[in-house]
Write a new protein. Sequence first.
Length: 147
Amino acid sequence: MTAPEALTVRPRKALIASWVGAVVTMVLFTVIAAVLRNSPTGVFFRLADQIAMLVIGAFVAGGVLLLARPRVRADGEGIEVRNILVTRYVPWSDVVAVTFPDQAPWARLELPDDEYLSVLAIQAVDGARAVAAIRRVRALHAAARAG
């Protein structure tokens, strides 16, 4: 019996929503910066204020793009889970089960001692794509446990 191929999974809808959100944020802050000097608010805005608005917009857009980071890489040895800020590698020998609890927004890895690791890359909103991904991850887990 041959082991299933290695896989990489990223969430589709979260990725699209993140990029759209970041672009909309930058457009919004650019428009605000452009009209800042011309609005009759009684406050005098300078070029530095406009540049500051663009910088703030870039930081906010960057924060929105953090939602595009989740990824899973799995092979016969283990699984690497990259969530929004933290990346963690777990060998299959430390994974008790790969689950997708009812009504849960994403999958998770059940670890020893009642711990678990959320897998944000496999999200319920991705529908059939998430089902296929969880099946492939479970197949890799089963192959590693059997071998």
